[in-house]
Design a protein around this ligand. Structure first.
Ligand SMILES: Nc1ncnc2c1ncn2[C@@H]1O[C@H](COP(=O)(O)OP(=O)(O)OP(=O)(O)O)[C@@H](O)[C@H]1O
Ligand SMILES: [Mg+2]
Length: 271
């Protein structure tokens, strides 16, 4: 592996909940190489969002050490971009202004800033909504604005927390393809949290399977399939089975409602 750009060393995190200690993460160790794509999957509550918040520097109260480029993380930095699980757009700002917030720390002329913003609006397919406000967008459109905001400053490390969860299946696949295209151009190191095992296999070089209470690594699976990956291939299915087996053999695993419905017998859905 190349020198790691990100390393988690013995990371632990606890929260105080009503006077009791809730251990959210225990002994998390992971190195991510420059340009690598790592996906994290695991049951709800196993600490995936917490890990991303620690890596982006929004929470500095934790055990162990997280390093980026060999330096300990002690706060946020423009080389790390994040797309949160909820879109977190500002309701009083337009689509373009919300995306422009991703550039506040960049030394750009107004013309450069506007060009970058409109490039990313086009990328996420919202050219007709440049001046719309968040309440005028669907959930999926709002999430696309958040994705554009996370990418617009060309971060070296992109952290994505269920970024495509609110999108319909077709848009979701288009955004996955776009993400791979952006990465092919800019070689961004990416850490993606997803509930969708197929999405993890389609995109990632490695998949980290976590188990909850406390959140810790259960297994790390290499995805050695060449790109472009075929969702219908035998190897893809084999990896899907392997990962699902890891997740389902976890006593705490609760599949998201979407997967539960998909797995119901058709007759049951029909009645
Ligand atoms: N600010 C907080 N205060 C107290 N407890 C918290 C806080 N944030 C997270 N937790 C707890 O830490 C654990 C991990 O939460 P986290 O949001 O990281 O889970 P997750 O894996 O992202 O889940 P999901 O898949 O549902 O998004 C949970 O038990 C949660 O209740
Ligand atoms: Mg989460």
């Amino acid at each position: 592996m190349n020198a790691p750009i990100v390393s988690f060393n013995h990371v632990g995190k606890s929260f105080d909940v009503d006077g009791f200690e809730l251990e959210a993460i225990r002994e998390f160790n992971l190195e991510v190489a420059e340009g690598e794509f790592v996906a994290i999957v695991g049951a709800s509550g196993c600490g995936k969002s917490t890990l991303l918040r620690l890596l982006v520097g929004l929470d500095t109260q934790f055990r162990g050490e997280i390093q980026v480029d060999g330096r300990a993380v002690s706060g946020i930095g423009s080389e790390r971009g994040i797309v949160f699980q909820e879109h977190r757009l500002f309701p009083w700002l337009t689509v373009a202004q919300n995306i422009g917030l991703g550039l506040v720390n960049e030394a750009l002329t107004e013309a450069e800033r506007n060009r970058r913003v409109s490039d990313f609006i086009e990328l996420v397919g919202l050219t007709d909504f440049t001046r719309a406000y968040p309440h005028q967008l669907s959930g999926g459109m709002a999430q696309r604005v958040a994705i554009a905001r996370g990418l617009v400053a060309s971060p070296r490390i992109l952290l994505l927390d269920e970024p495509f969860g609110a999108l319909d299946a077709l848009t979701r696949q288009q955004m996955q393809d776009e993400l791979l295209a952006i990465r092919a151009r800019a070689r961004i190191t990416t850490v993606l949290v997803t509930h969708d095992v197929e999405e993890a296999i389609f995109l990632a070089d490695r998949v980290v399977v976590m188990e909850p209470r406390p959140g810790r690594i259960k297994q790390v699976v290499d995805i050695a399939l060449p790109h472009p990956r075929q969702r219908s291939s035998f190897e893809f299915h084999q990896l899907r089975e392997e990962l699902l087996h890891e997740l389902i053999s976890d006593d705490h695993y609760q599949p998201p409602v979407r997967e539960q419905i998909r797995d119901l017998p058709l007759a049951f859905i029909a009645c």
